[in-house]
Design a protein around this ligand. Structure first.
Ligand code: ADP
Ligand code: ADP
Length: 232
């Protein structure tokens, strides 16, 4: 089954003569328990697609089904609930709250929602992320790779239906990047998590099950069981 279905999604930025069609009739199924990479040149619409799928931005037309809910039909309040309960997001720049510890950051979305973490799930996330001895540290006391692992744990903590990651290794050296990619891979293999990741990096893409290529706001190709050589 699909964790998310994108149908005829279109988004235009700007007004008058300065129109940019960032997404042009994109349709795509994101299968449950798969790790998908989205690749394509700069400006091809990757970030816009992630933001529209994760309910961080609104498309002009088309649908995005998360499970059986079309998020393009939801009012702001219902959208906030869906984003909070069913969607995880990992940013290139980590976006941790600097004054909070790693553990407080991981639990923040759930505490805002007034939800208690599911104990068994929370423990397995912390084990998977491998940060037990760093939980009381603030972001400034952690390396970039550790900060991004905290951000991945935060995205996984609510046990979302789907996790979106926009260039999660873009600010990391290759070794820290590999740790983050292994972590995302493990969340898929061990917990059946569905993950979608924007990346420019063929090595990063080789961790995934499927690569979807965008150009000029359209899906132009896809590749299953990617290897570094085949993506290049
Ligand atoms: P990518 O992530 O593949 O680099 P984006 O989704 O960021 O592509 O951008 C797709 C197109 O939409 C580009 O032409 C970009 O300049 C344009 N765009 C993106 N965001 C905005 C915005 N907020 N305002 C105007 N144009 C935008
Ligand atoms: P990415 O590296 O993720 O593709 P970009 O550098 O394309 O990010 O864009 C970063 C942010 O700036 C995004 O939130 C996007 O919406 C916005 N943006 C991108 N292009 C434009 C643009 N031409 N005008 C205004 N905002 C833009």
């Amino acid at each position: 089954p699909a964790a998310a279905r994108v149908r005829n999604l279109t988004k235009t930025y700007g007004t008058g003569q300065a129109l940019v069609r960032a997404l042009d009739d994109v349709s795509l199924d994101l299968l449950a328990g798969e790790f998908t990479a989205v690749m394509g040149p700069s400006g091809s619409g990757k970030s816009t697609l992630m933001h529209c799928c994760a309910a961080l931005d609104r498309a002009d037309s088309g649908s995005v089904f998360i499970g059986d809910q079309d998020l393009t039909r939801l009012k702001d309040k219902a959208l906030t609930t869906l984003r909070r309960d069913q969607i995880g997001f990992v940013f290139q720049s980590f976006n941790l709250v600097p004054t909070l510890t790693a553990e407080e950051n991981i639990k923040l979305p759930m505490s805002i929602a007034g939800r208690r973490p599911d104990g068994g799930w929370y423990d397995s996330v912390i084990d998977t992320v491998g940060l037990r001895d760093r939980l009381s540290h603030k972001p400034s006391e952690l390396s970039g790779g550790q900060q991004q692992r905290v951000a991945v744990a935060r995205a996984l903590a609510s046990r979302p239906r789907i996790v979106f990651a926009d260039e999660p290794t873009g600010n990391l050296d290759s070794r820290s990047g590999a740790e983050v990619l292994e972590l995302l891979r493990r969340s898929v293999d061990d917990h059946g998590q569905t993950v979608v990741m924007v990346t420019h990096d063929p090595v990063a893409a080789s961790y995934t099950d499927r690569v979807v290529f965008l150009a000029d706001g359209r899906v132009v190709d896809e590749l299953r069981e990617p290897t570094r050589e085949r993506v290049l």
